[in-house]
Write a protein that binds this ligand. Structure first.
Ligand code: CA
Length: 439
């Protein structure tokens, strides 16, 4: 099930540093150390052990033996296996961060004001100028305009500044051993070992996010092996330190995913008064109600500045990520390509908007709609009300397209603005109707 529209706290959040509070807060919830004789405690305090290494764990030792055998079977050299997999232990704060559910759903306004901040625009424009020659060459070779490459670079790693400080092999070992998607991370671990084997990077330099997304492009090892390229032709694809390698790898990835070089991503638009909101797509993939630009124009949709839509033969979906009171966007195929990089509607819109800003465009014209995000328990309460009223089948705490469809059906049945947007006013309305029905 898709859950990433409102409730996203994945790679983009990591790239933006939003995971830091999680790491900080997990120190408060760390279990107390087992009682031990006073002299031992004093000795331990005098010589602090590495904070992240738990006591030796026989289960883990056995697991690691299996992983080493697997790696050998897959052709990883003994030297790499010994160097990368000797003496490591699961990293506790990764396990905690991976198992914690976000307390709040995010809002589009909060997300975009952080992802496309004034500083990120200024820095990105400086990067456009600094790497102008490289960007022209990459567009010629891969068909991706430089403003998009720099936008991905900006959101993934703040232009190479936040590439993640976790040792990638150890992080992947941790999640493979104890995480919720063990098989996935075990395979990524094997692939990361093979990147070391190929000599692209050393094990000490192979850093990334706690979930194993690596370097300035935040590629998982599988993505690296399929798409990373050696932009400056020195024999290594170094997405960690080398800007030509990182940007060429992003360009190659987008090209292989099918980016249309002749089109942009979409655009902010305005809808006329009385616009029928049943035309809005509530799906993260923006595949609901796809129409031609001519059809949208006939429904009264115009550019954000009030001008007529381009007269091109283009298919587009209309989304309103902050509901009817927020901005509206028409989204094209390259928006869906962007979702393949990171499956979040907020992320994909932010990439397109940042790219526009980098080539000189101004901010969004619709006034930002700020509202406190719903807490997880409020999302569940909203869903339970919708279930009671027959507009939803299950309450799973995840604000996905099914829940937004349920909200819109409730709004339509009750004469409310049918934008499928979850906020406290719709929560109150749903709960009040559910109580009335029960009494
Ligand atoms: Ca290189």
């Amino acid at each position: 099930m898709n859950s990433s529209w409102w409730n996203r706290i994945g790679r983009a959040a990591l790239a933006l540093g939003l995971a830091l509070p999680l790491v900080a807060s997990c120190q408060q919830t760390a279990p107390a150390a087992p009682a031990s004789p006073a002299p031992t405690t004093v000795a331990a305090a005098a010589t602090p052990a590495p904070a992240l290494s738990p006591a030796p764990d026989l289960d883990f030792a056995a697991w690691l033996e299996g992983a080493r055998a697997d790696a050998a079977k897959r052709g990883i050299t003994p030297g790499t296996i010994n160097l990368a997999l000797t003496g490591i232990a699961p990293i506790e704060r990764i396990i905690e961060a991976d198992s914690r559910q976000p307390e709040f759903s995010n809002t589009f306004t909060r997300y975009i004001s952080s992802a496309v901040s004034a500083k990120r625009v200024t820095d990105g424009r400086a990067m456009m100028a600094k790497h102008a020659k490289l960007l022209v060459a990459l567009e010629r070779q891969y068909g991706i305009p430089g403003r998009f490459l720099v936008a991905f670079w900006g959101l993934e790693s703040n232009y190479g500044r936040n590439t993640g400080s976790y040792p990638v092999i150890n992080a992947l070992v941790t999640l493979a051993y104890e995480g919720r998607r063990g098989a996935f991370f075990r395979e990524e671990m094997i692939l990361a070992l093979s990147i070391l084997d190929k000599g692209h990077i050393t094990v000490d330099e192979m850093k990334g996010s706690y979930a194993g997304a690596m370097g300035q492009t935040q590629f998982m090892p599988s993505t690296f092996l399929r798409y990373a390229v050696d932009g400056d032709r020195d024999g290594h694809a170094d997405i960690w330190q080398n800007v030509p390698d990182a940007l060429a790898s992003t360009a190659n990835y987008l090209n292989k995913l099918g980016w249309d070089p002749k089109r942009t991503w979409g655009r902010e638009v305005r809808v006329p008064a009385g616009f029928d909101l049943r035309n809005v797509s509530l799906d993260v993939d923006a595949k609901e109600n796809v129409k031609s630009l001519a059809q949208w124009a006939a429904l009264g949709v115009r550019r954000a500045d009030g001008g007529a839509l381009p007269s091109q033969d283009l298919q587009a979906a209309l989304v309103m990520p902050a509901g009817a009171k927020g901005p509206a966007f028409l989204l094209y195929d390259n928006y869906r390509i962007t979702l393949r990089y990171n499956r979040s509607a907020f992320y994909a819109i932010a990439i397109g908007h940042l790219a526009d800003r980098l080539s000189g465009a101004g901010g969004l014209t619709a006034p930002p709609r700020e509202a406190d995000p719903l807490r997880r328990e409020e999302v569940v309460a909203l869903q339970e009300g919708l279930v009671t009223l027959g507009f939803l089948t299950t309450a799973d705490g995840v604000m996905g397209s099914g829940t937004r469809q349920g909200i819109r059906a409730f709004q339509l049945a009750n004469g409310l603005t049918p934008d499928g947007y979850a906020d406290r006013s719709v929560l109150t309305a749903v709960q009040s109707k559910a109580r009335a029905g029960a009494s």
